[in-house]
Design a protein around this ligand. Structure first.
Ligand SMILES: *Cc1c(COP(=O)(O)O)cnc(C)c1O
Length: 420
């Protein structure tokens, strides 16, 4: 069980709404900072630990800057994400550039920033060399493919578009060595929203074994191994969270049993998590606009799938609290919807909640990662503001809401570009 307690009260949110109308996402700075420290502390037992926050999860420079203050780097996969990291003061080897199907100008920008470049394919070695030159340090993304005897935990990496095959890894490092590259990394990312600790320990073990083999056969020293992201969060109250201590202990054991015993260089251990870093510390606040009773009972909110698409596209559960009715009996069954002309625009289906009235404020939990970030403009819906709840209880707007002018700004049609 995890607590779904809120870091704010109804009256605090009623105050905020006077300045920043709903809907908006609000992020709990103190909780994000505490969690970052917790992760760092837990992983201090593994060799050279560092976390590169996956920018795509919450691409806001205010958040990147907060995380950088705790020693986190940034994991980027596009030019705008590289620019966000740069603006937040994260540069050089504090940036991991883990992209795929990458255009030349993105490799160029990554080189210019001195980022660690993680190549997704063997053909990108020559491509990178041609378009931007090879850097001192190069990392490859590994796709372990069909695992011997199958692996119940890891599933079917061979179905994923990412990474090098096992054979390509060996060939690729030989190529790099011949081209004079001296510093090497290895990366993989095969999980998403995974709550089983063993999964990460197993992935680490697979990578560590490959590192030992490549180090010996190719005769190179690995500087780091990047275990990717994918650590899950308990969206449902009845789920259990992953404790960083448990992942760290398992990874350390796997490291000691493989790399630790081999006569090779001892690489640092990196992660590039997004969801587990900020996910539980963001909330989408929305006001109930209409109640509708037909064959089912509907709560129509002023937010929609454009503000949070996970329930709509994955059927994902997001906990909902009705502010001020936390302790009321949950004896009404509702579908909580948005206003898109799209029937999967529902934040919850058949959810037991207290009796809801027009004007109630709803809190949709766990929107701090892959929430705002996945927004879109279908049906002419506008992206919301993002607010930061500061440790002193004050609220700072860290991104304003989109306006109709923003929506029309790419059009050059009879004055539409300047709607007022
Ligand atoms: C999405 C992604 C991450 C972050 O994933 P989370 O599930 O948010 O931890 C990290 N690395 C890569 C390459 C990704 O694509």
């Amino acid at each position: 069980m995890v607590s779904k307690e809120l870091p704010f009260t109804k009256s605090q949110i009623e105050e905020v709404v006077k300045t920043y109308p709903t809907p908006f996402h609000i992020y709990d700075e103190k909780a994000i900072r505490d969690n970052a420290e917790d992760m760092k502390h837990s992983f201090s037992v593994v060799q050279g630990f560092k976390e590169f926050f996956a920018v795509k999860a919450l691409p806001n420079p205010y958040i990147l800057k907060i995380l950088a203050e705790h020693g986190f780097g940034a994991d980027c996969s596009s030019l705008p994400e590289l620019l966000l990291a740069e603006k937040a003061g994260i540069t050089g080897e504090n940036i991991m550039f883990s992209s795929n199907d990458t255009p030349a100008e993105e490799f160029k920008k990554a080189r210019e920033l001195g980022a660690i470049i993680n190549l997704d394919d063997i053909s990108h070695i020559e491509y990178l060399e041609k378009v931007a030159g090879l850097p001192d340090i190069v990392c490859f993304r590994y796709n372990p493919g069909p695992l011997k005897g199958g692996n119940e935990l890891i599933g079917k990496p061979e179905e994923a578009k990412y990474g090098f095959t096992r054979e390509q890894l060996f060939d690729g490092y030989v190529m790099l060595k011949q081209k004079g590259v001296k510093r090497f990394g290895l990366h993989t990312m095969v999980a998403s929203n995974e709550l089983n600790v063993d999964y990460f320990v197993e992935t680490a073990r697979i990578l560590f074994e490959v590192i030992v083999e490549i180090s010996q056969k190719v005769g190179i020293n690995f500087e780091f191994v990047n275990l990717g992201g994918g650590i899950g969060i308990p969206y449902r109250p009845e789920q259990e969270r992953i404790f960083f201590d448990d992942v760290a202990a398992g990874v350390k054991m796997a490291y000691d049993a493989t790399i630790g015993k081999a006569d090779i260089a001892q690489p640092n251990v990196y992660f590039e998590c997004g969801r587990v870093i900020t996910g539980p510390y963001g909330y989408l606040i929305t006001e109930v606009r209409h109640m509708k009773h037909i064959y089912k009972d509907y709560v129509g909110t002023d937010a929609c799938m454009a503000n949070l698409m996970r329930p709509g596209i994955y059927g994902a559960y997001h906990h909902i609290t009705v502010l001020g009715k936390e302790n009321a009996p949950h004896d009404f069954k509702y579908d909580v919807t948005g206003s898109l002309c799209e029937n999967n625009d529902k934040f919850a289906v058949d959810r037991m909640l207290p009796e809801i009235e027009r004007g109630d404020l709803l809190v949709i939990h766990d929107t701090g990662a892959h929430g705002f970030a996945m927004g879109f403009n279908y049906n002419g819906k506008l992206r919301s503001a993002e607010l930061l709840l500061r440790p002193d209880g004050s609220v700072k707007q860290i991104r304003r809401a989109e306006t109709i002018d923003d929506y029309f700004s790419t059009l050059d049609f009879d004055g539409l570009g300047s709607f007022k």
